[in-house]
Every structure is written in structure tokens, then in C-alpha cells.
Design a protein around this ligand. Structure first.
Ligand SMILES: [Ca+2]
Ligand SMILES: [Ca+2]
Length: 492
């Protein structure tokens, strides 16, 4: 469903905020407001429909485009650049020679790192990395290490270096820091003295990494500093009865959400757990999908960083398999009901993955077709009840262009950009939906050119504002010229 025609959309799950708005009945004559937890999808994007099988995709986001990587019967790991509006940029390209393992991709600030394994147990397995530029240029391929066996492999980045983690021979978990140019920084280091049975993942919260994995049917976590030093001790994320496996993690700007497939009721369900940046568990396990008559596996998680996680997984019953999704707030509320991520005709779908750009998320999966075998498809997904951004600047006069704030909507911080063609004294003001001025900033004398003004929720509060969730208007005034745009604030 597309919601382009909708003038304004407010995300409101709070009854208090809803009732406040309802009191302002005059608004309904001025503005179309939709209260919704529904989700907006784009058309299905055929990312790779090459002959033979393509499956097990992963997604990275560079700040300007997505890189989707997958294992490919044409040999090794292949990839495709996808623009933020879902257009394929150039065509499928070979990335790195690999064994039949899932590729893993992370944007590190300058390049992507794609990691994979080569070789086979019991001879030896090698971990390889391949740097790929934002434009899909292969920069450098490098060997990380060789072991009799490797179980679990993932990579993350602090925006400066990469951290590659794996379950090593001898039932230990190790990590290796790698620079943006592909140099190994120091030696591999010990993260935890446990084996990885089935799946591991890595998150970065801005100050430390959190690595999660499956060991003896439970889920564990361990924080690691940006310099590769384990912080505190290994902790239990979930040790419910029977098997918890295949954990995946995303940082939502306020908390992590870890999700996994869970057999506690003897049938595969999807559970999750919020964890804060210090490694403290927030609340109880979240029952994300607990319908025992179906069979739900391989959950993945992404975040829009404005208050929502999207969890996606496979429903392998009934046939053909399908991909389901559900929104979870960064405070641990389950939003709406699970939904089927829409798709055209297919013979089955599996192995979902999620990446998040600035305006929308990209969910990708492998999809079976009679003539082309397994193919890679994806769809753009917009946060629940979020209006699509309008990126065209508002030009008040020849001297002033005001851009859409980014991110929008926001809960913690956003940035307002404007361009001056003549210098002058600039004032920024924020009004609520009734036109009442809630904040005013005197930005002083600004020169010709592009300016960016960061706005944090904390600074808003310091200035006496108390922004509730809803639509606001921000106006920039310079030497008699004025431009106004709207923005959406989401507070959980
Ligand atoms: Ca267990
Ligand atoms: Ca194919």
C-alpha cells in the first residue's frame, strides 16, 4: 500500500496523545490525519533473476545506496547496488570467491566489507574479506585466518574500523579488527570461552559492540570495546526451556533488539529481547510470533532509528513458504499484528534480510521460480504510519532554500539544512499544528552556502520546549525571506 496521497500522517499509539489531538477538532477541517499502524510497501524489486540459484541475501547501506549481496550458483558471492528509491544501479556483479556460505556485508564509513568462508571441514576453512566501494568497485580481497572449522561468522563496524567475529575451533569465540583499507589490526582476540552452535550476529550502539550467539540451545551476549577488549562478562540473553537459536541483533538508537527462533513450546516461534547499551536486559522476552500451528524460522531484525524495529522471518508452513514481518517499538511494544510481506507469484520464499536507508528499509529474500530457480527479490518498506519525505527544497526567495529535515520523523535528533545565496541574520522557529510557536533559535549571522543545524530532543527540552509526538512546522527566516516545512516527532 502506498500512502503518497496522504497529506499528514501521525503515528500515535499513545491514547493520551490521541485524545489530545481529538480535542482539537478544528484540525480535521484543515488537515487529513490518518491514525494507522499499517505499513507501506513499494513494488517488488527483482534484484537478481539470473539462471541457477541465488539465495541467502544480506544488505548494507552506504548513506547513498544499498548493497545487496548473496551466494550465487554462478560462483561465490555476488552483489547488486540498489538506490534508495528501489532502482537497480548497473547490474549484478561478482564480489568474491566463496564456499557455499552466507555472505555478510557491513558499511564501514568508507567502504563495504563483505566476508565469507572458503574451504571445507575437516581440511580447513579460511575467512576472507573483500572491500567494495560505495559504487560497487572491488577494492581489495584479503585473507583473515584459517582454522579446521568455523561456526558462525559476522561483521560490524564502529564507522572507523570493522570487527569480524566467529566461533573458532576449540569452542571459543574470537574477533579481528580490520581497518577501512583492509589491514588486520593486531591479532585475533578472545571474546568468550564458548562454542557457537548455530548463528551469531554483531551490533554497534555508538560506544561499544554487542555480540550475540547460540550456545547449547540458549542465547548469550558479550560486549566488546571498539579497540577489541571484552567488557564485563558474558551474559545470558535467553535460557528458556528447549532450543533458542539463530540470534540476530539491531541497534535502534535507544536499545538493541535481539531476535531468535524459539522452540520453548515445541514448535518454532519468534521471540526477542531488548538490551540497552550497557548490556542490561530491558523487560521480559518479547513474544513476536507465537502461533504454534505454523512454523516460524530464521528471524532477522532492522531498525529505522526513529523508534521502530522491523522483524522479518520465514513461515515454512503452509507451502509455499512465505516471509512475515512485525513491527516492535524501541520500548518493546508489539505494534499491530504480523503481516505477510507482499510478493508476486512464487514457489516459495526464504532467508530474509533487512537493511535501512534514510527514508525507508529494504527487505530482501530468496524466491523460487520454475524457470529461473531461486532468485533475489526485495521491497522497500516504510515505518508504520510514516509519511514519505519530500526532498525538494522549499525556495522562499532567491536568497533562501530550506530542505526537509533528516531523519524525518525523528525521536532523538534530526538535522535541518538550508542554503543561503545572500548572507544574513537567520532565525529558526518551530510551531505546533495550531500555529503556536514552541521554540525559537537565533542562529546569528550566516554566510552564503549550505548550513546544517542539528536539533536534539534534549536541546529542545533545555530551551523549554516539550515536543509531544505529532506534526510540527519549522520556519527559517532571513532578512525578510521566510520558508516553512513540516516535520514529524515520535516520542514513545
Ligand atoms: Ca534453551
Ligand atoms: Ca535464479
Amino acid at each position: 500500500m502506498r500512502v503518497r496521497e496522504v497529506d499528514l500522517i501521525i503515528v500515535m499509539r499513545s491514547v493520551t496523545i490521541l485524545s489530545k489531538i481529538m480535542e482539537r477538532k478544528q484540525l480535521f477541517s484543515l488537515l487529513l490525519i490518518i491514525i494507522t499502524s499499517s505499513t507501506s510497501f513499494g513494488d517488488n524489486i527483482p534484484i537478481s533473476t539470473a539462471p541457477g540459484n541465488q539465495d541467502a541475501p544480506a544488505v548494507g547501506w552506504s548513506g547513498t545506496s544499498y548493497l545487496v549481496v548473496w551466494r550465487d550458483e554462478r560462483g561465490g558471492i555476488w552483489g547488486q547496488l540498489v538506490s534508495e528509491d528501489g532502482t537497480l544501479i548497473d547490474s549484478n556483479f561478482f564480489i568474491v570467491k566463496a564456499s557455499f556460505t552466507r555472505g555478510n556485508v557491513t558499511w564501514g564509513g568508507t567502504n563495504y566489507l563483505v566476508i565469507c568462508t572458503r574451504g571445507a571441514y575437516p581440511d580447513s576453512i579460511e575467512i576472507w574479506g573483500q572491500l567494495v566501494s560505495e559504487d560497487g568497485e572491488l577494492i581489495d580481497s584479503f585473507f583473515i585466518l584459517k582454522r579446521p572449522y568455523i561456526l558462525g561468522l559476522s561483521t560490524g563496524s564502529d564507522g572507523e574500523n570493522f570487527l569480524v567475529v566467529w566461533g573458532d575451533t576449540g569452542n571459543i569465540i574470537c574477533g579481528q579488527l580490520v581497518s577501512q583499507s583492509g589491514e588486520l589490526i593486531d591479532a585475533p582476540f578472545l571474546i568468550a570461552s564458548q562454542g557457537v552452535d548455530y548463528g551469531m550476529d554483531i551490533g554497534w550502539c555508538g560506544t561499544s559492540y554487542l555480540i550475540v550467539w547460540n550456545h547449547e540451545s540458549d542465547i548469550y551476549g558479550q560486549r566488546v570495546s571498539k579497540d577489541g577488549v571484552p567488557l564485563d562478562t558474558t551474559f545470558i540473553v535467553c535460557n528458556a526451556e528447549y532450543e533458542q537459536a539463530l540470534p540476530m541483533i539491531a541497534w535502534g538508537g535507544r536499545n538493541y533488539l535481539v531476535v531468535w527462533q524459539d522452540d520453548r513450546h515445541l514448535g518454532y516461534e519468534v521471540y526477542g529481547q531488548l538490551i540497552d547499551s550497557t548490556g542490561t536486559l530491558i523487560g521480559d522476552n518479547l513474544p513476536i510470533h507465537t502461533v504454534l500451528s505454523d512454523d516460524h524460522r530464521f528471524p532477522v531484525v532492522g531498525s529505522d532509528k526513529i523508534g521502530h524495529f522491523l522483524v522479518a522471518w520465514m513461515d515454512i508452513e503452509p507451502i509455499p513458504f512465505d516471509i512475515l514481518g512485525r513491527w516492535v517499538s524501541d520500548q518493546g511494544e508489539l505494534i499491530g499484528e504480523p503481516f505477510v510481506i507482499p510478493s508476486g507469484p512464487h514457489e516459495g520464499r526464504w532467508t530474509p534480510a533487512i537493511g535501512w536507508g534514510e527514508r525507508n528499509g529494504l527487505v530482501v529474500w530468496a524466491e523460487a521460480h520454475e524457470t529461473t530457480g531461486w532468485d533475489i527479490y526485495g521491497t522497500l518498506i516504510t515505518s508504520p504510519g510514516v509519511e514519505e519525505d519530500n526532498r525538494e527544497p522549499v525556495t522562499a526567495s532567491r536568497s533562501l532554500e530550506l530542505y526537509q529535515n533528516s531523519p524525518n520523523p525523528f525521536s532523538l535528533k534530526t538535522e535541518i539544512s538550508f542554503r543561503l545565496n545572500d548572507p544574513g541574520n537567520v532565525t529558526l522557529s518551530i510551531c505546533d499544528i495550531t500555529g503556536r510557536k514552541v521554540l525559537e533559535y537565533d542562529l546569528g549571522y550566516k554566510s552564503v552556502g549550505l548550513h546544517k543545524i542539528p536539533i536534539s530532543a534534549a536541546s529542545l527540552l533545555k530551551k523549554g520546549g516539550a515536543l509531544c509526538s505529532g506534526v510540527y512546522f519549522y520556519s527559517l527566516e532571513v532578512e525578510g525571506a521566510k520558508a516553512t516545512r513540516k516535520m514529524v516527532v515520535i516520542n514513545q
